[in-house]
Design a protein around this ligand. Structure first.
Ligand SMILES: [Zn+2]
Length: 102
């Protein structure tokens, strides 16, 4: 299982510019994007070319990342679960999930 690290943006850059605090993660070193209008973040499960939303919706990418391990644990009731890939996805806010919002 991949360990997820969350960071906060440095408040002042090397050039002295002050930046707004913004969450970072391993996938978005320049700052996690906001969800597009009408969309939200979900924990996803992928099997080949198919994916489903396991849990969500979440307002931020970090909120979804924080639920990946718990959602993967719930998915273990499926005997094929260890063959799937788990992560996060941005999708329409009304996307149906398997386990709801943890
Ligand atoms: Zn991110």
């Amino acid at each position: 299982m991949k360990t997820v690290a969350a960071y906060t943006f440095p408040a002042v850059t090397r050039t002295g510019e002050t930046l707004p605090a913004r969450p970072l993660c391993d996938w978005h070193p320049d700052g996690c994007p906001d969800a597009d209008p009408g969309r939200a973040f979900f924990v996803s499960v992928v099997s080949g070319a198919h994916w489903r939303a396991l849990t969500g919706p979440y307002d931020t990418h970090l909120d979804a990342l924080a639920k990946v391990a718990e959602a993967e644990g719930l998915a273990q009731r499926d005997p094929r679960a260890s063959f799937y890939a788990y992560g996060t996805v941005q999708a329409p806010s009304d996307t149906r999930t398997i386990f709801g919002r943890l």
